[in-house]
Design a protein around this ligand. Structure first.
Ligand code: SF4
Ligand code: MG
Length: 318
């Protein structure tokens, strides 16, 4: 039941009520060891905030975070430092996340230094990481600007893996890259997952990429989960109108297979002032009176455990 609310300072002149931006508003889900959970939704739906709260880069306003069975919601200090080793993040923009004044060697070795990994072990690990992400060892004295976007993301990935994490949150790791490079980096991430036994939470707005890499997928809208389930179930038979609209916009590889494009009406409402009832009702073509009045609960909608939050999705028990 994770919440992340940001207080808003303006508006105080107009109202005595405290205004908050409900970036994440009560989401519950689990990730199994070794799987990839895709997190999708339009920008501004709370995906990145959710990822940062799970990693404790941002403090949750409410709710609990369990990691390997332990409640880490309030872990701090030295205990948190140890936990850092096990949870890492790969950022969207490798240009911005690498220090331009550090060589590749310094960049990848830095986390190991912080954790006092002995020098010879550090160097061995560096060579192995360069090798597995496909960078040449003799390039390690170069600086980030001397590499292409795809190579820079490989450096970011190597750095994230330096401390042998178990959970890696990938925040739009390929969306800043050329399409031709995206597949290479995605394939690399899949290989690394097997080799290092990694668990991924893969945040993206590109549904084709998420389809390819994920075992399960979670769809967010305005800080809430609208649908979650096995990736094949959701992509073949989405039960929530928002998921259906997102999927209808994905280009089809087969030109003979035409699908009906569902156009989302209007813009994404502000998370500071979300609609009442079902938050999606202002853009949903199926909305009825009940949608404006009552918030739909997330309920099971298939025997395989797919869940959706829509008044008109048929509940399936068992
Ligand atoms: Fe649309 Fe109503 Fe379902 Fe919300 S509850 S997704 S508004 S039909
Ligand atoms: Mg984001």
């Amino acid at each position: 039941n994770i919440k992340k609310h940001f207080p808003l300072k303006n508006n105080q002149l107009f109202s005595k009520e405290k205004h908050v931006l409900k970036a994440v508003d009560g989401i519950s889900f689990s990730v199994k060891k070794g799987e990839t959970l895709g997190l999708v939704g339009e920008s501004g739906c709370g995906k990145s905030t959710a990822g940062r709260v799970i990693l404790k880069l941002l403090e949750a306003s409410d709710g609990e975070i369990l990691f390997k069975g332990n409640d880490i919601t309030h872990v701090r200090g030295e205990e948190m430092r140890k936990l850092r080793k096990e949870m890492q993040i790969i950022f969207q923009d490798p240009y911005a996340s690498l220090n331009p004044r550090k060589t590749i060697e310094q960049t990848i070795i830095e986390p190991m230094k912080i954790f006092n990994v002995p020098r010879n072990e550090r160097n061995k690990k560096l060579e192995r990481l360069l090798d597995v992400v496909g960078l040449q060892s003799h390039h390690k004295h170069r600086y980030p600007h001397e590499f292409s976007g795809g190579q820079r993301q490989r450096i970011g990935i190597a750095r994230a893996l330096a401390l042998d994490p178990e959970l890696v949150i990938c925040d739009e790791p390929v969306s800043a890259l050329d399409v031709s490079i995206q597949a290479q980096v995605i394939n690399l991430m899949e290989d690394l997952q097997k080799e290092f036994d990694l668990t991924y939470i893969f945040i993206a707005h590109d549904l084709s990429v998420v389809h390819h890499i994920s075992d399960r997928v979670l769809v967010m809208y305005l800080g809430e989960i609208v649908e979650i389930g096995d990736v094949h179930d959701v992509y073949q038979d989405a039960k929530h109108p928002y998921t259906q609209a997102l999927l209808s916009a994905v280009p089809e590889a087969d030109p003979h297979h035409e699908k009906k494009r569902i156009i989302l009406q209007g813009d994404l409402p502000s998370p500071a002032n979300p609609p009442q009832g079902c938050k999606f009702h202002t853009r949903c073509s199926l909305a009825e009176e009940v949608c404006r009045a009552e918030k739909p609960a997330l309920k099971q909608v298939s025997t395989s455990g797919q869940m959706a939050a829509c008044h008109f999705a048929k509940e399936v028990v068992g």
